[in-house]
Design a binder for this molecule. Sequence first.
Ligand code: SD4
Length: 333
Amino acid sequence: MKRRNFIKKASVTGLGLVAVSSAFTSCDETSEKKEASVAMSKPIRPLVIATWDTPLAVETAAKILQNGGSALDAVEQGCRIEEANEKGQSVGKGGLPDRDGDVTLDACIMNDKGDYGAVLGVKNIMHVISVARKVMEDTPHVMLVAEGAEQFAVSKGFKRENLLTEASKKAWEAWKVKAEYKPIINIENHDTIGMLAIDENGNISGACTTSGLAYKMAGRVGDSPIIGGGLFVDNEIGGASATGLGEEVLKTVGSFLIVELMRQGKSPQEACEIAIGRIVNKPGKDFKNFQVGYIALNKQGDTGAYSIHEWFNYTLFQDGENKNIKSDYFNKI
Ligand code: SD4
């Protein structure tokens, strides 16, 4: 087989570079060596990476990919798991409300063609990631906001429901006693889910869903539903997603920046580190009280993650295994 054809075939079947290089040294190898090189040929996909400790969401996405499903279906279905998880207080049902006690959700999705759909500030609908997908696929637009988005969701068969759980209501009532308005994200307590996946055809999609900053001003929207902020995917290059204080992510267009850095040859890890650097190295920036974390993957199946502070972690499904991994971080003082 000619080298060019082999590489093409290897990329179609999902074999990593290890497989490609070992196959080309195999001409003079003994059969034992050949076997060893086959064992080393780990498939780079399916691959799923998601922010925080989200094993069930990632497992759900991985199963879809293992059954030959698309990256787009995988990230949508994976995010739905967290939206339905009432214990997660930064996503979907059970998300912490805004300062008026209303749970408002933001979400966006991107497919491998570079299409994008988003909903912002939506009340009463749990699976906003699926509404975002409908915006992308069934409208000529990319974003719908608040009541318009809710009406659209209902017209597509989504049911209205109360998203404020007893636990989140209690937390809001406790917050109201002092009602301190600090648009600072608690460094440890968040679970916005950003998810990226590569399917068996090598195509990449991404999704991001959140209830945003707890006790935010009514109408406040963060990075999660904004293209290039909370999420960006370019199927030729890779994808990135963010969690943490959305204002800081947006001011540096973080996810877009990471994908563009990868386009220029940076690894996903290097790109995430540079993007965090853009935030913390701003003159006079006091990053002590807020957290931002990024995840990224490239077309070759390399992944990266980096945050400002310790405690950011992510879940990775690769080589048939689901792992929660502690991210490296900037602030080690
Ligand atoms: C936002 N980035 O609305 C989101 C919040 C978040 O876990 O990530 N929470 O700014």
